[in-house]
Design a protein around this ligand. Structure first.
Ligand code: AVJ
Length: 334
């Protein structure tokens, strides 16, 4: 598949999922017609949602991306040296902003991996890829277009060469525990004894800081949350009164996760045109829009072990605010 801006060091291909990936219509039917009502977090990220997320990362309250970037900057040299990659596969690469630290270290250390960003947004990957191949004359970028939650069984990765699989941004935190283990097992299946996974995970901390990070004073996260209703209105011919919904972010200590919700301000009906149905929302009734699980050193260890992985390095931000974990297969000898 050719997309504008491709050169001989910048290629792309569409990844066929191993299994059917639910569509927006499927997910809205499953989520909004059940109790409690829910929506998958992936629908936040239309163009406006992606811009809002970038703005969230700039708010004083939302520390995770800054904490992760600082850890990367501090430890990227030892990470690249230990992994010594020939291929770097990044899940949910987005604008590859954080990957630049890894590629700069590769350049410094004379390691020249092929970079395989994997994301739904083709143009964003190729714009970032064009900039990266311009920056590094040794670099080849092969963008993988698709939804990595559809499976990793059909990636055109060469069999030979050491792999570093990069999964940053705390995005694994959006998965419920069983799904997170399944995702890590699929990643582990791509790894041989010398391959490594680089994983960014946010940590459990006091409720005040967590809830503030998901409910910034400026209201950017609230707008980001409400944006999913705008997406549904546009894509599924619905008529959610978006402004009537109140943003909520609550830390659930039992499940160690932030739950983002939208609460209806008044009783009202919502037409879901594309589903040829409607829902009645009562004042105060909530829609769960995102889980963001937080981890401890023990829960990280348990999660990795459940997927047949083991940490080979664990870099912690000051005060244990955030974790950057390097992991290998637990069954790799030596
Ligand atoms: C991009 C999924 C890691 O859960 O912290 C930011 C998304 N949601 N503010 C997160 C998000 C609300 C973010 N992840």
């Amino acid at each position: 598949m050719r997309v504008s801006g491709q050169t001989d060091r910048l290629a792309s291909s569409v990844v066929t999922p191993d299994r059917a990936v639910a569509t927006l219509t499927d997910d809205v039917r499953a989520g909004l017609l059940s109790r409690p009502r829910w929506l998958p977090a992936k629908y936040f990220y239309d163009d406006h949602g992606s811009e809002l997320f970038e703005a969230i990362c700039a708010t004083p309250e939302y520390y995770p991306s800054r904490a992760e970037e600082a850890l990367l900057a501090a430890h990227v040299g030892s990470i690249v040296e230990a992994a010594s990659p020939d291929h770097m596969l990044e899940l949910g690469s987005g604008s590859s902003r954080k990957t630049r630290h890894l590629l700069a270290a590769c350049d410094r250390l004379g390691r020249h991996p092929v970079y395989w960003p994997f994301d739904v947004s083709a143009q964003m990957m190729l714009d970032a890829g064009a900039d990266l191949v311009g920056r590094y004359p040794w670099l080849s970028v092969h963008a993988l277009i698709g939804d990595y939650t559809g499976g990793l069984g059909r990636l055109p990765l060469p069999h030979s060469g050491r792999r570093l699989i990069v999964f940053l941004g705390g995005t694994l935190g959006n998965f419920e525990p069983a799904a997170a283990i399944a995702m890590l097992r699929e990643i582990a299946a791509l790894m041989r004894a010398d391959d490594r996974l680089l994983l960014g995970l946010d940590r459990v901390k006091d409720r005040g800081r967590l809830e503030a990070a998901y409910d910034d004073a400026e209201g950017v996260t609230a707008a980001f949350n409400r944006n999913v209703l705008t997406v549904i209105n546009r894509e599924l011919d619905a008529d959610f009164p978006v402004a009537d919904y109140r943003h909520r972010a609550v830390f659930d200590t039992e499940h160690e996760r932030i739950e983002m919700r939208l609460a209806a301000g008044h009783d009202h009906s919502v037409r879901l045109g594309a589903l040829d149905t409607f829902i009645d929302m009562a004042a105060g009734e909530e829609i769960v829009t995102e889980f963001s699980h937080k981890f401890t050193p023990a829960s990280i260890e348990r999660l990795l072990a459940a997927a047949g992985l083991v940490a080979t390095a664990h870099h912690e931000a000051e005060g244990g605010d955030y974790s950057l974990v390097v992991a290998g297969r637990a069954d790799a000898d030596g």
